[in-house]
Design a binder for this molecule. Structure first.
Ligand code: SF4
Length: 332
């Protein structure tokens, strides 16, 4: 190994330590690598240093560790380490609103078309439209909803409908409404998930209603560079999200306790609520500010809409995970 070269950890690989272990977040390949505390400390210490310096500090055996992480594409050797600066963690959001949930049920008497138009004005990018099994909405009314999404900022619409609507979405309709990413049929007898010819994910589930209770599971973890950087300063699930339940209540998430007004009150404006500091308060409660989570190695990828409670000057998750309770592990 050329002792004049410098060792650099790839700028899209981040070392994260917690009370429950140590990880490398490999964000380009979207995976996590578990490492020991020793490897974590060594990699932190040797990043950007010359091989000559590293050997003088750690001895010749360090070469084996370096070779291993070079082979794993975690680090590389270079003669010009300053040519590889850290990725900026400045964050800029192009659209005010990232995601929204609209629920329609038997009790719905607010104007959901008007709501979607208001969301369009906020630049909403992701929409979950949930039609409950007890809703008396007609197939024609469902199809008409999509007229107002044609010229919107929406990039993905997830649709949840009772299985009785299974045949209303023709191939032509889906070809014209390319923003529809998935359709979930509630109360289905066939439990199949498939992708149809329009690349729309079709899910059939036996439950007649969605269960909004958050389950914190690894399949919900998210590993993009954008979400990693966002997670340092924001709650990646709640940030720039707005939800309207079937009764017209506006919330940060559909099952949160606190609401911020009801659309049956004609003076309630979605934009006004969305832009209010009170509504945005939980957006900036990152996992680094939440008890237990701040000590967890998954804190920069854990995506959870769970409500947050502030008591005794501390933030807590109302639904805490069962699987990742921080535990001291053997450092080696
Ligand atoms: S809820 Fe908190 S402790 Fe549990 S996995 Fe997520 S960040 Fe870690």
């Amino acid at each position: 190994m050329n002792k004049n070269k410098y060792l650099k950890v790839f700028s899209d690989c981040y070392l994260v330590g917690g009370d429950n272990g140590y990880l490398i977040y490999d964000l380009s390949r979207q995976k996590l690598l578990s490492i020991s505390q020793t490897a974590y400390n060594v990699l932190k210490e040797i990043d950007g240093k010359s091989i000559d310096y590293i050997i003088s500090k750690f001895g010749n055996d360090i070469i084996k560790i370096i070779d291993y992480y070079i082979a794993e594409d975690v680090c590389f050797l270079t003669e010009t380490p300053t040519n590889f600066p850290k990725i900026s963690e400045d964050i800029y959001f192009e659209n005010e609103c990232y995601s929204a949930i609209i629920e329609i049920g038997a009790s719905t008497n607010y104007d959901y078309i008007k709501v979607i138009n208001e969301l369009n004005q906020l630049g909403c990018q992701m929409l979950m439209l949930s039609i409950k099994s007890d809703s008396d909405i007609t197939p024609e009314e469902i199809l008409n909803i999509f007229d107002v999404t044609t010229d919107s900022f929406l990039t993905c619409i997830d649709l949840i409908v009772p299985s009785s609507f299974e045949n209303i979405f023709s191939m032509d309709f889906l070809n014209q409404n390319i923003r529809i990413c998935s359709i979930t049929y509630l109360g289905s007898e066939q439990l199949i998930t498939e992708e149809n010819e329009n690349y729309v994910q079709i899910k059939r589930i036996k439950e007649k209603e969605l269960n909004w209770t958050e389950k914190i599971v690894p399949t919900n973890f998210t590993f993009s560079m954008k979400s990693f950087i966002e997670s340092k300063k924001y709650n990646i699930a709640l940030n720039r999200k707005i939800c309207i339940d079937e009764f017209g209540f506006i919330r940060n998430y559909i099952n949160h306790q606190k609401h911020f007004g009801n659309l049956s009150d004609t003076s309630t404006s979605i934009s006004q609520v969305f832009r209010s500091p009170e509504f945005q308060k939980k957006w900036k409660v990152s996992n680094d500010l939440i008890e237990k989570c701040k000590l967890c190695k998954f804190r920069y990828c854990c995506f959870s809409n769970t409500d947050l409670d502030y008591s005794n000057d501390k933030w807590h998750k109302v639904n805490f995970c069962q699987y990742f309770e921080p535990l001291k592990e053997n450092p080696n």
